[in-house]
Design a protein around this ligand. Sequence first.
Ligand SMILES: NC(=O)c1ccc[n+]([C@@H]2O[C@H](COP(=O)([O-])OP(=O)(O)OC[C@H]3O[C@@H](n4cnc5c(N)ncnc54)[C@H](OP(=O)(O)O)[C@@H]3O)[C@@H](O)[C@H]2O)c1
Length: 324
Amino acid sequence: MIRWGMIGTGHIAKKFKEAISGVPDAKLVAVASRNINKAKAFNSDLNDVVSYGSYQQIVNDDEIDVVYIATPHPYHKENALMCLENNKAVLCEKPFTLNAKDAKEVYQVAKNKKLFLMEAMWTKFLPVIKKVKQWVNENKIGEIKIIKADFGFFSTIKPENRLFNKQLAGGALLDIGIYPITFASIFLGLKPMNILSECEIGKTDVDFQNAIILKYPKGKLAILSSTIQTDLTKEAIIFGTKGKIVVPEFWKAERAYLYQNQRLIEEYQKPFIKNGFEYEINQVNTCLKKHKINSHTHKMEDTIKVLEIMDYMRKEWNLKYPME
Ligand SMILES: NC(=O)c1ccc[n+]([C@@H]2O[C@H](COP(=O)([O-])OP(=O)(O)OC[C@H]3O[C@@H](n4cnc5c(N)ncnc54)[C@H](OP(=O)(O)O)[C@@H]3O)[C@@H](O)[C@H]2O)c1
């Protein structure tokens, strides 16, 4: 049994709590909030889960193997360092840190202490994504030429909201733009030769939307976008010389479609057991049991490369966060 602790009691922490209940070899041992009453309220439907009123308390708990960090982006670095320094393995929400420099610093501590560390990029562990990789490897669509992926929804502008608030590293790129970039990286690699991008800096001084073109060796292209100001198709399409693969809602994919010569050849559906987070939890459990410090499917090196791509674009946009 792998014993889990959680830091943060917000939106995504609730989803994680639901998912962990569906993983047979995972046990949620404790939850930490900055406020003990919030922790208790969060745990009110659970038996035997300890509530802590500070994050420090959870890393002092000897009954915990790994801590899941579910705080806003700017706190990931300090939360992860605190866990590692207290000998806890870490699964940290995306984006792992605000920039590649911070991620390298945290990774170095994990390596020194031989502790497992991973960004919670759950998309990479979904069965549908595995199936899409298999179709690509079996040459079902020929050589990949172009990948298109977008993630966008309309959110009312509220300056205090995490999505819009510069003090909480708001903006589309770090929150959701990371998914299309990650999707492209799965199939085209992590070393684009050229990065072109544009964004709209909105009235709270963060990127409300962005458009990105990544150019890879052999002329392969990724055309990506993200926005918090309008609904996009929320689809990823991999176009090859012989066909295409369409993945609706690709970051939380439960289905994918394989086409050849414009005809649907195969459809793959895999409904989640809970909400899709169970696959990344399984991955962490497996790595911990094998005493690995890095996941083969989502290495810390992958996390750092994606952050480098985002750093490059933010530099061009002059989008620097106050805490950087
Ligand atoms: N994987 C996914 O699909 C997914 C989806 C959404 C978000 N996320 C990621 O998860 C992280 C949290 O997002 P969320 O939507 O869950 O945020 P949220 O609802 O605002 O919750 C964040 C939690 O962090 C804690 N926190 C610590 N310092 C805070 C501060 N200064 N302001 C606000 N909260 C603070 C709070 O818990 P306490 O008050 O209990 O300490 C709060 O409940 C983000 O990095 C985001 O990118 C991932």
